[in-house]
Design a protein around this ligand. Structure first.
Ligand code: 3PG
Length: 394
């Protein structure tokens, strides 16, 4: 695909697909990471004398005009981050959008209303995409985190215009390629989270690509059951044990070593400050549940990462939302950060809970790369082609 360097933006109107689907509470943006990460693309276009027209979705209004999901709510945070005014149009196509674009001077930035207020967005409707394409001269896709959606504003519009990838899109793809497509070996993946069922495709793809797969969180329990380990009252998907066994067998056949916890932190209730104990993996009390991996597991992970050159991280190792069950996630993340800083490890992390967990551990900025993507990162780990990326021209 083309990049910003391949396009002359002077005097041109760039339609820039961004992902500013940011978390909000009480009308305020609580994490502006996604906004900050699109600034280099916007600044490149405006400094080159172009006009930047931002196209984005916000939340899931499902084709309705939901006032609480208006992008006008995100506009102040965008203006603060950019350090200049951002105009706003009440629709992403039609007369309001055309008027707002016509009023722009070179160097200006305009934010269009939520693309998902149109039912055609998620259906990749051709008319809607044409309405968007009519607003500019070139399409810049800087929304890797929305690239798993084949929508009018991600895939449809790209097919109708001269297009290129923005800086963030380029950075995401470069980092992911370095981590899985052309990695320095050995490669380890940490996969955590609650359920095996939501990460089946991901696990199947990874066992064929990584040398070591470290499984943590609730999903490790299902693998433990598959190995006839007693897990007391822990959450597990008992109907998935055959699937877990199959993954273990296929991993062995493909030369991928699967690592499960060797010791565990257990408690009778999942609550802040609950009494807990650390026990070997085969000594989970019948009335307790596993809420985190133990220190021996963390030591084993740390040693393993010391022998690896590349790490892909998705999902927490324990019930990280509540202390002290965040200990294994925090300690393993710190170990990965230290190895990264020592120049020993390329570490790439992504996926909703992952970024929250690494931020909580205070190590997100010490990894080689942290993706802004949730679902798109997962689909990429599953080995799927992302429609928003595929639609960019060669
Ligand atoms: C995200 O937050 O992961 C992206 O903005 C995509 O949002 P969606 O899952 O509603 O398509």
């Amino acid at each position: 695909f083309k990049t910003l360097e391949d396009i002359d933006f002077a005097g041109r109107t760039a339609l820039v697909r961004v992902d500013i689907n940011v978390p909000m509470a009480d009308g305020r943006v609580t994490d502006a990471t996604r906004i900050e990460r699109i600034l280099p693309t916007i600044r490149h276009i405006t400094q080159a004398g172009g006009k930047a027209v931002l196209l984005a979705h916000f939340d899931r209004p499902k084709g309705q005009r939901v006032p609480e999901m208006s992008l006008s709510l995100v506009r102040p945070a965008l203006e603060a981050a950019l350090g200049k005014p951002v105009a706003f149009a009440e629709d992403c196509i039609g007369i309001p959008a055309k008027k707002a674009v016509a009023a722009m001077e070179p160097g200006d930035v305009l934010l269009l209303e939520n693309t998902r207020f149109h039912a055609g967005e998620e259906k990749n409707d051709k008319m809607l995409a044409a309405g968007m394409a009519a607003l500019g001269d070139v399409f810049v896709n800087d929304a890797f985190s929305a690239a798993h959606r084949a929508h009018a504003s991600t895939a449809g519009v790209a097919e109708l215009m001269l297009n290129c990838a923005g800086r963030l899109m380029e950075a995401e793809l470069t980092a992911l390629e370095k981590a899985l497509d052309k990695p320095e070996r050995p490669v380890a993946a940490v996969v955590g989270g609650a359920k095996v069922s939501t990460k089946l495709d991901l696990l199947s793809n990874l066992i064929g690509r990584v040398d070591h797969l470290i499984i943590g969180g609730g999903m490790a329990n299902t693998f433990l059951v598959a190995q006839d380990v007693e897990i007391g009252k822990s959450l597990a998907e008992r109907d998935m044990t055959d699937t877990a066994r199959d993954i273990l067998d296929r991993a062995a056949a493909q030369g991928c070593t699967i690592h499960l916890p060797c010791d565990i932190v257990v408690a009778r209730e999942f609550a802040a400050g609950a009494a807990y104990e650390t026990v070997p993996i085969n000594e989970c009390p019948a009335d307790a549940m596993i809420l985190d991996a133990g220190p021996d597991t963390v030591a084993a992970i740390t040693k393993l990462l010391g022998d690896c050159r590349t790490l892909v991280w998705n999902g927490p190792l324990g019930a990280f939302e509540i202390a002290p069950f965040d200990m294994a996630t925090n300690a393993a993340a710190r170990a990965a950060a230290e190895l990264t800083e020592a120049g020993h490890l390329v570490s790439v992390a992504g996926g909703g809970d992952t970024v929250a967990a690494l931020n909580k551990a205070g190590v997100a900025d010490r990894f080689s790369y942290v993706s802004t993507a949730g679902g798109a990162f997962l689909e990429w780990l599953e080995g799927k082609t992302l429609p928003g990326v595929a639609a960019l021209e060669d």
